[in-house]
Design a protein around this ligand. Structure first.
Ligand SMILES: *[C@@H]1O[C@H](CO)[C@@H](O)[C@H](O)[C@H]1NC(C)=O
Ligand SMILES: *[C@@H]1O[C@H](CO)[C@@H](O)[C@H](O)[C@H]1NC(C)=O
Ligand SMILES: *[C@@H]1O[C@H](CO)[C@@H](O)[C@H](O)[C@H]1NC(C)=O
Ligand SMILES: *[C@@H]1O[C@H](CO)[C@@H](O)[C@H](O)[C@H]1NC(C)=O
Length: 392
């Protein structure tokens, strides 16, 4: 898998796959996410992108003069490894259950038909729509002749472990996975469903991990087939909320605030961002984390004179970056279950096609930056959280 750091490439915004999806290949209105929101918005990093608010134009007297987009790929199939685990959970039912009754009857004839790793049609569309949105909002920054098909410089960076790469979380061998928090919660929220499924499938010996796999399959299969998968009706809305919290814990403790070596992995991108915002290369050159100095020293691979930058990344890395920035920080997440006042919601941070957009605004003689994710980040008064910042 590759992540690309694309410099001012609107064409590349159309897809994280090697070839940008053409307008013809993605028939906008044709592809639908069929899931009701109680499922769709509770799938953690497997939630299709959804808006939580609407974009607001800059305040009067302010002008956007630079934009940095950090974008996750659109909806994909399960990874090869996740797909194997899901199929093993299905095999328990199909091979070992002495009978399959009630809502499980469909499993007798069920065939697993998902591919691995690649984008689904919905995922291509999500990425395409992100490109269209960026074009509509920001193409003015590129001057008069910005065409959606314009081919601008882009760079593909290897994300094999050991490479210096600010867009993937493969650089920190010492960082623990911290799966114990999410696992402890799984052993709580999935218990009732485990009992229920085992009653409909005697001798299948389904465990809580299998429940997570069936719930994942509900999401993946529905997103791919554009109709609600029969796996979905096995679970309640409370259980889907429990699944979201499983991913909240999983991401929070992996590269988020719950792991000191999580946010540390976001520092490289932030140094790149500060160099672009200030026009000062010193920040990337001083980085001692994940910046690739060969790329950073070279103005053709790390230019500082552009108005629009787009980087493409993955959920765990974007979580590290958001946490290094202090976004969506709040009380820490207990493994015993959600508490009131929770700020951290994985499906709102890194859904498929999730993004962070950093705008630099000039207002008179002052410079500000604003961040957008699924929504404008608000402060308590409902106004934008705008970080006052002055170029040096
Ligand atoms: C079915 O049960 C047997 C005996 O407990 C076990 O070895 C096997 O792994 C089970 N099959 C699946 C697909 O889980
Ligand atoms: C840095 O980037 C160059 C150019 O893409 C690449 O050849 C090199 O392997 C990278 N170095 C590291 C340590 O990632
Ligand atoms: C479970 O399997 C065992 C032997 O494989 C069998 O004796 C038993 O009747 C089965 N239990 C149910 C509830 O079908
Ligand atoms: C890779 O990162 C390490 C740690 O910051 C640094 O010492 C090394 O010079 C970097 N290599 C390149 C090619 O950027």
């Amino acid at each position: 898998m590759l992540s690309a750091v694309a410099v001012a490439s609107l064409a590349l915004l159309a897809g994280s796959a090697p070839a940008p999806a053409s307008a013809a290949a993605v028939n906008a209105a044709a592809i639908k996410n069929p899931l009701p929101s109680y499922i769709s918005n509770n799938l953690g990093p497997y939630s299709p992108w959804y808006p939580l608010g609407s974009y607001r134009a800059p305040p009067s007297g302010c002008k956007i003069d630079q934009v940095n987009i950090l974008q996750r790929h659109g909806a994909r199939f399960p990874t090869a490894n996740a797909g194997k685990k899901i199929q093993a959970s299905i095999a328990k039912l199909q091979q070992n259950a002495t009978s399959l009754t009630g809502d499980l009857e469909f499993v007798k004839d069920f065939t697993y038909s998902l591919k691995a790793d690649v984008l689904t049609p919905l995922g291509k569309q999500e990425s395409y729509e992100a490109g269209v949105e960026a074009y509509k909002r920001y193409s003015g920054l590129l001057g008069g002749d910005a065409e959606p098909t314009a081919s601008l410089p882009s760079l593909v960076i290897d994300n094999t472990a050991g490479m210096n790469n600010t867009l993937d979380d493969n650089n920190c061998d010492d960082a623990p996975e911290n799966e114990q928090y999410a696992d402890a919660w799984l052993a709580t929220y999935a218990v009732e469903a485990t009992t229920r499924i085992n009653e409909m499938a005697p001798n299948a010996s389904v465990e809580v991990d299998d429940i997570l796999n069936y719930m994942q399959l509900c999401g993946f299969e529905s997103e791919y087939k554009e109709q609600v998968s029969p796996w979905c009706k096995l679970f309640t809305s409370e259980e889907f909320a429990g699944m979201e919290y499983y991913y909240d814990l999983s991401k929070y403790y992996k590269t988020g605030y719950g792991n000191a070596l999580g946010p540390a992995q976001g520092v490289g991108y932030i140094n790149e961002l500060i160099s672009r915002l200030t026009g000062d290369r010193a920040y990337v050159l001083a980085d001692e984390t994940q910046v690739n100095q060969t790329l950073a020293q070279n103005p053709s691979t790390f230019p500082l004179d552009r108005a629009l930058y787009a980087d493409f990344s993955h959920d765990n890395q974007m979580i590290a970056i958001f946490s290094a920035m202090g976004l969506s920080n709040g009380p820490s997440l207990p493994e015993t279950g959600p508490h009131a006042g929770q700020v951290w919601v994985t499906s709102q941070l890194v859904p498929f096609a999730g993004r962070l957009v950093t705008e630099r605004l000039t207002c008179g003689d002052e410079t500000f930056i604003r961040f957008f994710m699924l929504y404008a980040l608000n402060n308590a008064d409902g106004d934008y959280l705008e970080c006052g910042w002055k170029a040096v």
